[in-house]
Write a protein that binds this ligand. Structure first.
Ligand code: HEC
Ligand code: HEC
Length: 214
């Protein structure tokens, strides 16, 4: 965790994690990575053989994402709670165990990192928001939940965002801001809250910066 987190923020965070039932004990691994691999051929056609080389730059990297987050997203695609027809169609007929197995498989693969392409000024701006938030707009520091290096928090199911496709990240931040992505409901709509204060330009520079984090 970043040393920049204030005591007050930590208290909010730990209160939140307690409310979510996140305990300090290691999460039970529900999925079987090998069984997941056997089902992943169809996924590879879009997300790449290694889960990190998608056929389209706007498609997310899955490799190295934490299992808890992946399993939740797959269940929400299947139920339509995260409403993306393209992904829902991939999961027809799959059992909960199948989804847990796929999540375990992608969590077991090594993640890849890109390189931020923004100007020094853009990267500086993004870093300031990432590590310190924007107090006057109510934007919380990204690092307080996603970690200083973007690795997320596997136990809490906070996603890894470091190294993610910049186009994908920008699209997700915009979708949360516009209220189109509501998969954060179980987390008190925290990403909709965080992204509300972000301008289009801040989303672009942040997403570029995050793509190079590791
Ligand atoms: C036809 C292309 C395609 C196929 C095949 C496909 N996906 Fe996806 N997947 C996408 C796209 C596009 C998104 C981004 C959706 C969005 O805009 O939110 C996505 C998103 C995801 C996410 C969310 C990632 C995140 O960071 O939140 C997961 C998990 C996922 N896919 C897993 C799978 C699995 C497992 C399979 C195979 C059963 C699969 N996908 C097959 C295109 C595909
Ligand atoms: C209070 C904790 C918290 C803070 C602060 C926070 N996030 Fe998140 N973030 C989450 C959680 C939890 C999720 C998963 C929500 C869901 O399931 O939709 C998430 C999801 C995301 C996603 C979607 C990941 C994916 O693979 O689809 C992105 C991108 C993201 N956050 C970026 C940011 C950025 C940028 C900031 C800072 C401006 C930030 N977050 C601040 C907790 C947080």
């Amino acid at each position: 965790m970043s040393v920049r987190i204030t005591a007050a923020k930590l208290m909010v965070l730990s209160g939140l994690m307690a409310a979510l039932g996140v305990s300090a004990s290691p999460a039970l691994a529900a999925g079987d990575a090998q069984a997941g691999q056997a089902q992943a051929m169809v996924c590879a056609s879009c997300h790449g053989q290694d889960g990190a080389t998608a056929i389209d730059p706007s498609y997310p990297q899955l490799a190295g994402q934490n299992e808890r987050y992946l399993a939740r997203q797959l269940k929400m695609f299947q139920s339509g709670e995260r409403d993306v027809a393209l992904m829902t169609a991939q999961l027809i007929g799959k059992s909960e165990q199948d989804l847990d197995d796929l999540a375990a498989y992608y969590a077991s693969l090594p993640s890849k990192v890109a390189e931020a392409t923004g100007s020094d000024a853009d990267i500086e701006l993004a870093m300031r928001i990432y590590k310190g938030g924007i107090a006057k707009k109510g934007v919380a520091a990204c690092s307080s939940c996603h970690g200083p290096d973007g690795a997320g928090n596997a136990q809490a199911g906070f996603p890894r965002i470091g190294g993610q496709s910049a186009q994908y990240t920008a699209a997700q931040l915009t979708a949360y801001r516009e209220g189109e992505r509501r998969s954060d409901e179980a987390y008190g709509a925290m990403m909709r809250g965080v992204s509300k204060g972000l301008s289009d330009r801040e989303i672009v520079v942040l997403s570029d910066y995050i793509s190079g984090l590791n």
